[in-house]
Design a protein around this ligand. Structure first.
Ligand code: ATP
Length: 881
């Protein structure tokens, strides 16, 4: 149907829509059943088998498969018919691929759930009531209200439009917004981009507001017809994941190089080539941390889920890592730091301060209720809190006022303009122009009289008491000015309305947490400087060491100068969304990692340029949500701080896992490599190495990854931008601990071989002891990773920590013992049951890393206490930044 060629009444009739009450719930249900959900059907996913096979495309897994093949060929050539090695390798690789597949599906599900949570909603008239419903429930014939910042939820024929502009680049490729007009009718064959009376799904409203009737949903929309656009979205890899994949590849290549060297050296020493092959391959297997990518993905996915439970919805995985290093949080005031529950408490009129219920006061409020887009439902007003507060304070019903003074025109409010204007027809045929907005802006449009000067003073005084002040001005005219913008000139100021908006509970504490965590909280607001400063002072954002600056002053400051002085300010008042980008850039130029909140269409550039863009889940526009990395489901500042804490926790746990796995791998390499250099028979066989690597390593690594957050995580400074995961001495620790584990298992091997093996050329007891020590020492080493936990007061979290890590350790110990004690398994793994004395030696050696770790921890704690004391002394002299 060519809806653009019909007039609006024809469209409404064809669709059986009702412009007064909207569709009934029953009718909507019926249509939903018939036409299906308003969703684009994504292309089919790869089937399970293909996804399973794709697990084997990993570089590390390929090396393992090569190892299996070589082991198979070796057994075959040796004609020992002992294929068990290669079978075990295969079983372990398949098991690993299976775990990978399960994890991948889990991560995908988590991402899908996230997508659902941030899916757009639509404001629709159903059964006579305005409702906010998921866009997927829209049906043809629904009446939809749209405003600037909304994503168009379906194909819509406009019925009414005010100043409407729409960006349709998703469909037409044209990035400049086009004007839309409900009154226009298009001839048949008009190109998509020129259909002025239509809105198309997936485009974005950049200005104005309007209503329209849904004409097509789901795959019937224009965007649904462009099938190629629907590519399944993959979760982007985080910088850390990319870096790890790269490190993994380098480790793999390095291992292959070592293998080649050893192989050649072995040949020179006249060792059998096939034996050399096995040693080399077992070494390669030991060198590669196969479990790492899987564990990192699990840790990230689990963290994202935890964040969602705390109302922080992550849209891009990389944001999780960046969150952990956030060092500046720039937050809007209204609704994020404050409750956005406005109540009118004070009124000033040109005739002097007037009570809210006085006749003068009510006249100002009635005008503000007319120049107002809130709607009445069940005796309450819905809409912008500033506007509902004004309508509620007015004793006359808004609908009654609207009937008496019908609106003929509107110039919409925007955060940049900070005012709005409506034009109403008076009973005598003339027009009344009503403007309301920030007094400092409004006064510039008013005729200058004694009242304006008085009003400016009163505005300052009210703002200093943390009141949000709205000015109301009017002008009656016989004929409307030819240009719209001329309506907003020569107005007469009638009064100022003051309203309170109390801080959100918990914000003050969250600000304090930020400060302790080395994060700078900054307030950015469209509100008056005095109002902003009063609230910022109350919350602890503005202190005697920092200052407030206005958008106007910012305009006078060149960017370079702003960068230099950026640390002087913690409050930016009367700013427009455009200023936010400058503030982000200035902080970034000083090396800070910036989180920035935003809700409007114009906030999108700032959200994109910030390191972490945070959009408001409730009050935010679809455009802001699309541009953001994190959506705050409750629009709350404390949620950002909680998300930063989670982000730090996740990064910390990933670091622990990397630390653990790499130190274990180094231990394994050293055991085999040094054993070989010393001319000993290989201390560990390929399947033993694989077992330790893929089975007994993985569980503790996983447990470490999901550890509760350390109690002092928000008392540390943020990680530096681009800092390596190995920073802070971690690389050194990995090396030292790896050497320790390697030496211990070599020692066990030597003891077993020299004292217990009857045939040292085939050191089965030595290998069994080395195998046991390698695996058990690693289990003990896990407990070294939770270095700071003991110091904290978080007894409760310690209990869970103990139980998780404890369970992982217990399972590993049981598995490892079973392999050695249970004869059929012992035969497969080429080990033998140990005597009591041998077990005692194994236990003693395995516990050593834990003992040494404890000594190191105590030593570090002492050092830390000293340095904290020193820092405190230094802080007293340090000048504020
Ligand atoms: P924040 O940026 O922290 O959310 P804000 O809500 O005060 O702060 P804006 O919404 O940009 O920022 O509002 C800026 C100013 O515009 C307000 O201080 C107020 O004076 C005025 N204002 C706000 N809402 C309206 C409205 N609906 N109509 C007219 N003026 C308004």
């Amino acid at each position: 149907m060519d809806w653009e060629t019909l007039n609006s009444t024809e469209c409404v009739n064809i669709l059986n829509a009702d412009t007064r009450r909207g569709l009934s719930d029953r009718e909507a249900q019926k249509r939903l059943k018939k036409n299906g959900k308003n969703e684009l059907i994504p292309p089919k996913k790869k089937n399970l088998l293909l996804r399973f096979l794709s697990q084997f495309s990993d570089f590390m897994v390929i090396i393992l498969l090569i190892a299996a093949a070589i082991s198979f060929v070796t057994s075959y050539l040796q004609q020992d018919a002992d294929y068990i090695d290669s079978i075990i390798i295969l079983v372990i690789v398949v098991l690993n691929a299976f775990i990978g597949l399960v994890q991948e599906s889990r991560a995908e599900k988590a991402i899908e759930a996230l997508k659902k949570m941030s899916s757009p909603h639509a404001c629709v008239l159903r059964g006579g009531k305005l409702r906010n419903i998921p866009a997927s429930d829209l049906v043809t014939g629904d009446l939809v209200q749209l405003k600037s910042g909304d994503m168009v939820p379906a194909d819509i024929r406009l019925l009414e439009s005010h100043d409407l502009r729409c960006e349709e680049s998703a469909l037409t490729g044209e990035s400049l917004p086009v004007e839309k007009n409900a009154a226009q009718r298009c001839p048949a064959g008009t190109a998509l981009g020129d259909r002025k009376n239509m809105l198309f799904s997936s485009s974005v409203l950049t200005a104005g507001n309007g209503t329209g009737v849904v004409v097509a949903t789901g795959m019937d929309t224009q965007v649904g017809k462009i099938a190629g656009m629907l590519s399944a979205q993959e979760a982007p890899k985080t910088p850390l994941q990319l870096k790890l994949a790269q490190t993994g590849r380098w480790l793999g290549l390095g291992a292959l190089a070592i293998c080649a060297v050893i192989f050649v050296m072995g040949l020179l020493q006249r060792v059998l080539p096939l034996d050399m092959f096995l040693i080399s391959i077992s070494l390669a297997v030991a060198a590669i941390p196969e479990g790492l990518p899987a564990v990192v993905t699990i840790v990230l996915a689990a963290g994202v889920k935890r964040m969602a439970a705390k109302k922080g919805i992550v849209r891009h995985m990389p944001a999780v890592e960046t969150l952990g290093s956030a060092s500046v949080i720039c937050s809007d005031k209204t609704g994020t730091l404050t409750q956005n529950r406005m109540t009118v408490t004070e009124l000033w009129t040109a005739s002097g301060t007037a009570g809210i219920s006085s006749a003068d006061g009510q006249r100002v409020l009635a005008l503000s209720a007319l120049c107002n887009n809130s709607t009445q439902q069940n005796g309450h007003y819905l809409g912008e809190p500033t506007e509902t507060a004004l309508a509620e304070a007015c004793r006359t019903d808004k609908s009654e006022l609207d009937r008496q003074y019908p609106r003929v025109m509107e110039i919409a409010f925007s955060s940049s303009r900070k005012m709005m204007t409506t034009v109403h027809r008076l009973p005598d045929g003339r027009f009344r122009i009503i403007s309301k907005g920030a007094p400092d802006v409004l006064l510039g449009r008013c005729q200058h009289t004694g009242v304006t000067a008085q009003a400016a003073r009163k505005n300052e005084e009210m703002a200093r008491r943390a009141l949000r002040v709205i000015g109301v001005a009017v002008r009656d005219v016989a004929n409307l000015p030819p240009r719209r913008e001329d309506c907003e000139q020569g107005l007469s100021l009638l009064g100022l309305v003051g309203m309170i908006d109390p801080p959100r509970p918990g914000v003050k504490e969250a600000v304090e947490t930020c400060k302790q965590a080395g994060i700078r909280p900054v307030m950015i607001t469209g509100d008056h400087q005095a109002t902003a400063s009063a609230i910022a002072g109350e919350l602890g954002i503005l202190t005697e060491r920092s200052a407030a600056i206005t958008g106007k002053e910012l305009d006078a400051l060149p960017q370079q100068e702003l960068e230099k002085r950026i640390y002087d300010y913690t409050v930016f008042a009367r700013v427009s969304p455009e200023h936010k980008v400058r503030i982000v850039k200035a902080f970034q130029a000083r090396g800070e990692v910036v989180a920035m909140t935003g809700d409007g269409v114009n906030d999108a550039p700032a959200l994109k340029s910030a390191d972490i863009g945070c959009a408001m889940g409730r009050g935010g526009t679809d455009v802001a949500k699309e541009a953001a990395d994190l959506i705050l489901a409750d629009d709350n500042f404390t949620t950002i701080v909680a998300a930063v804490k989670e982000g730090r926790g996740i990064y910390d746990n990933i670091k622990k896992t990397i630390h653990f796995l790499l130190s274990c791998n180094i231990g394994e390499i050293l055991t085999v490599f040094v054993g070989f250099l010393l001319g000993l028979p290989t201390p560990l066989l390929a399947i033993q190495l694989l077992w330790v690597n893929l089975v007994t390593d993985s569980l503790p690594a996983l447990a470490l990854g999901v550890e509760p957050i350390e109690w002092d995580i928000m008392k540390r400074s943020p990680a530096k931008k681009g800092e390596s995961v190995f920073a802070g001495g971690m690389g050194y620790s990995i090396l030292v601990e790896g050497c320790l584990i390697g030496s211990l298992s070599l020692l066990a091997f030597t003891i077993g071989r020299l004292f217990f093996d009857t045939a040292p050329a085939n050191p089965i007891v030595g290998r069994t002891m080395a195998f046991a020590v390698l695996s058990l020492a690693q289990v003990a080493h896990t407990f070294n990773m939770r270095s700071r936990g003991r110091e904290g007061k978080a007894a409760e979290s310690r209990a869970t920590r103990r139980s998780r890590l404890g369970a992982a350790a217990a399972i590993c110990i049981a598995l490892q013992s079973m392999v050695i004690i249970f004869p059929p398994l012992a035969a497969i793994f080429k080990v033998m049951p140990l005597s009591f004395g041998q077990w005692a030696i194994v236990a003693g050696l395995s516990l050593l890393p834990l003992l040494l770790g404890e000594v190191e921890r105590r030593w570090n704690r002492r050092k830390r206490v000293d340095s904290v004391k020193q820092q405190a002394r230094w802080q007293r002299y340090k000048k504020p930044r």
